[in-house]
Design a binder for this molecule. Sequence first.
Ligand code: FE2
Length: 554
Amino acid sequence: MSKTAEPQTRSLSSRQRCPQASGLECLAPLVRSAEETPDPIPTTIEGTIPPWINGSFLRNGPGKFEFGTDRYTHWFDGMAMMHRFHIREGNVTYSSRFLRSDSFVENSEKNRIVVSEFGTLAMPDPCKNIFARFLSRFQTPKPTDNANVNFVKYKGDYYVSTETKYMRRVNPQSLETKEKVDWSQYIAVNSASAHPHYDRDGSTYNMGNSYSRSGFFYNIIRVPPPEEKAAMEDSADLSGANVICSIPAADPRKPSYFHSFVMSENYIVFVEQPIKIDLLKFMLYKIQGKSFSKVMTWEPQHATIFHLVNRHTGKKSEVKYYTGPMFTLHQINAFEDSEFLVMDMCCGGDGELIGEFTLENLRRNSGEEIDEFYNSLCRNLPRRYVLPLSVDEQTPADENLVTLHNCKATARMTKPGEVYMTHEELHNDELLQFGGLEFPQINYHQFNGRPYRYFYSCGFGHVFSDSLLKMDVHTKELKAWRYPGLYPSEPVFVASPKATEEDDGVVLSVIITPREEKSTFLLVLDAKTFSELGRAEVPVNIPYGTHGVFNEMG
Ligand SMILES: [Fe+2]
């Protein structure tokens, strides 16, 4: 297939389309170390928390940025802090704990940083790249178990996860740290992503890398549902996990970075994007103790390849689906519609502008200093791609194969077995005023892998998200929650028990602020109207976090 990306019908990048900011405020207080609150404390309720919400909103993220006089340089290096908002009968309590990872324990004992993290290596010139954590997949012998990205579930057990081969099992009620789990003890992978997908049969799908003499592979992993007997035992259990498909990297010396993938009723799609890691350089730099900042590269001379895999058979489609160069972190959803697979994701067109999320950058002063950093960042906008599923030797060349009603995405067979796609924008210009969006969430339980209408996300009018957004993908109508000085976390949807419509329920988000006169709170929005139902104010500081989940088991 052609290695050269075809020109796309876009004249301006997503960053150029969004307005430049000026006079932004300093966000340093949002990346300050916090104290843990292991025993649940009460919150002050304003408005009404619907009494039907019963469970815990769990969030993860970096929460400690120094030991003694040693300081981390990169935001992702911060020690994992777990937060729990326990909601019951209209009341909310808050608690938090640091993950007792090996890194945390060893650093605490020595009162200095003795374990390398993604951007703070035990050598000069720490890595400065946003994707530095990915490099830990190649670091030997000791990848980190500082799992500060997400809460994930396998066989009914909760774990915290990053992107290395380690996870930590945790107690979702007490936030106690349990055993360390090593993926490579179960299957031949060297890592697993922090964004698995959950099938309605109880199994979990994920993707992880493997590399050996035979090459570099992106692997699709399936962990089966729990067995009844095993579910009673209090120990980590990934038994029965297997690799259902291994996809060789287009260039084994330069594999692509990935952060998530999509899953429909029958398929998984893996996007191989032109954000590359030069493995030879990596090994060389490691030996020389040099900076890794040049190891991750944006290589727009390459196309973006979509690998379509039947998740029941593990069979990869022979068809090569591809589009122009783009950058994506978070996928929104995918579903099948007649003979098509529709997939939605947050994308940027200019991968060279991926920010360096060092603590130095994040703590820049208000005004010009922080404006300059924000204005240099890539903006992500939602896109829809459509993959025609029945492509064969009868398929006509150079004809738009997408016949879905009202769909502007296209797919053309450029030569036998190769299909070039262009996307439909899943937004109107109104979104540009919010700086694009990221951290997409849907009514996952009912609509993941199925036709859907709404997604919720964070708008990025600042370096950290400064609005909550609800997008109707049918009409592209936008609803927004945005107030000066308030910085919301990823919104998580919780369906009401009597839900009849997709957006019957609430959206939960933790709101933090660098302003002393404002407070931190759990926000509860009516998912349908996007208006505030209530909030639970917390008398402690919470740092800016990564991902979270709602645990209806309490
Ligand atoms: Fe993520």
